[in-house]
Design a protein around this ligand. Structure first.
Ligand code: 5CA
Length: 445
């Protein structure tokens, strides 16, 4: 993309309504525009990051054997009457009546609808295990939407639902989700710690939230500092291997880590004092096991090997896809702007032409741009007729992790500059070497 042809409405001033850094930078970098309280348009740059995050979520879900589908945003109220949640959900649910006076709602989550799909088509244990998921917009009429996409009213969620014959199988699905979530967040450059939590309106006994530690987080958390040393890393996972998934689950959840709703002072105080931490965190996902809560209420049963009929065992598993943009920025920025991790960056590399209109620099930038595109990368070429300082400020604000700078002085020696946004370190090299280095960096992402 050439910047002169792109739509990147950056703001010079700090928007007064933004209280936290991620919200401020998303507005300033022209990523989102508020349309109503907690409801946003995703401008091209924000939309690109949103799509990259979705892509990682899809890849990791499908790696774990989960199957994508798409359910609508609007749901009939009657489905929710079957589970009893139509009345329970209260004012957070946006209720809509159509011209035939039929009652609908804008889905805040999809347990009822997925259970309806399941009961319409699955009757035998032979079709299990099954996990279906989608990435779809949700609406919750939050009392206090705030912090931009962090607590929206309309927000994008990945929600997945497992169907299993036995509780043991459903707990494997729970563990499988936990492992796949760890991998998902790590690919986005985030450390999200699973913490024992409260199940709220979804229900069930077993639930973990995934928290990214950040001073601006809305959740209060308590943990053993040793949990922050654990990483999934590049280890091979066989998602069908129950013992392996259970072992990873144990490894990540046996140390103390809880949100305030389930915090237990006496257990916490048993941790050596120097490892006790209380902090704030951003909840970027939650997994639930709730057994037969919905299947029993809605008659979703399967025939077992011995011919009897039992309600199917279920759980649900959510990732806050749009919230993740805010969480990543909270975790990765400096006073000049965003610093995107390579896994989610909207463009792989920026190209800055220090002397637009100069035959030499123009030609060199074009050649670099074409070479990067030919290698499957997505560069952003700042081809505006602007001062160097303004071009650097834009690149720093929008946070591309790598920048290639082309100026007449360097070119005279056959050199361009490759700069890391994170370290600020620049290296001089030939244009070919710069392209090769960028290709190599992204080959590993
Ligand atoms: N049905 C279950 C799991 S599929 C469910 O709805 N879980 S949830 O309520 O925990 O939501 C899943 C994730 O969505 C949360 O962990 C959070 O990251 C995100 N989320 C929830 N509410 C909002 C909101 N108002 N704005 C942005 N993201 C949100």
């Amino acid at each position: 993309m050439r910047l002169t042809r792109y739509f990147l409405p950056v703001l010079k001033e700090n928007p007064a309504e933004a209280q936290i850094v991620s919200h401020r930078y998303m507005l300033r970098a022209g990523m989102i525009k508020q349309q109503a309280a907690g409801i946003y348009s995703w401008l091209p740059l924000g939309f690109k990051v949103l799509r990259r995050i979705e892509q990682i979520v899809h890849e990791e879900q499908q790696r774990a054997g989960h199957i994508p589908l798409l359910m609508p945003t609007l749901q009939p109220a009657d489905l929710w009457r079957e589970s009893g949640r139509y009345d329970d959900y209260g004012e957070e649910m946006l209720r809509i009546t159509d011209r035939q006076k039929r009652e609908l709602l804008y889905g805040p989550t999809n347990e009822e609808m997925i259970t309806d799909i399941f009961r319409s088509h699955v009757t035998s244990y032979k079709d299990l295990p099954l996990t279906l998921y989608h990435i779809q917009w949700k609406f919750r009429d939050e009392m206090r939407p705030r912090f931009g996409v962090m607590r929206g009213r309309e927000f994008l969620m990945k929600d997945g639902y497992n169907f299993d014959l036995t509780k043991e199988d459903a707990l494997h699905a729970y563990n499988r989700h936990l492992v796949s979530y760890l991998r998902t967040y790590e690919r986005m450059g985030l450390q999200a710690i699973p913490m024992r939590a409260d199940s709220g309106p979804i229900g069930g006994d077993d639930t973990h939230e995934f928290l990214v530690l950040a001073a601006t987080g809305e959740s209060e958390v308590f943990y053993d500092s040793a949990v922050t040393d654990i990483r999934l890393g590049a280890r091979e996972i066989d998602y069908d291997d129950k013992a392996q998934c259970a072992a990873v689950m144990q490894e990540f959840t046996s140390l103390y880590a809880r949100t305030d709703e389930t915090h237990d002072e006496s257990l916490f105080n048993a941790i050596p004092e120097e490892r006790r931490r209380s902090a704030r965190g951003i909840e970027v996902g939650q997994i639930f096991f709730f057994g037969t809560k919905y299947s029993e209420a809605m008659g979703a049963t399967v025939v077992t090997p011995d011919g009897s009929r039992v309600p199917v065992q279920m759980g649900s598993h959510g990732i806050g896809v749009s919230r993740l943009l805010g969480a990543i920025i909270e975790a990765s920025h400096d006073d000049k702007g965003i610093i995107w991790p390579e896994g989610v960056t909207p463009f792989h590399v920026g190209i800055v032409n220090l002397k637009q209109g100069d035959n030499g620099t123009d030609a060199a930038c074009e050649a670099i741009y074409k070479a990067l595109k030919a290698r499957g990368l997505d560069p952003l070429y700042d081809d505006r007729d602007e001062r160097a300082g303004a071009k650097f400020a834009t690149m720093d604000l929008i946070g591309l992790p790598w920048r290639i700078t082309v100026g007449p002085r360097g070119l005279a020696n056959g050199k361009v500059e490759l700069t890391s946004r994170r370290s600020g370190v620049s290296e001089e090299m030939s244009a070919e070497d710069a392209v090769a280095r960028v290709v190599e960096i992204y080959a590993g992402v």
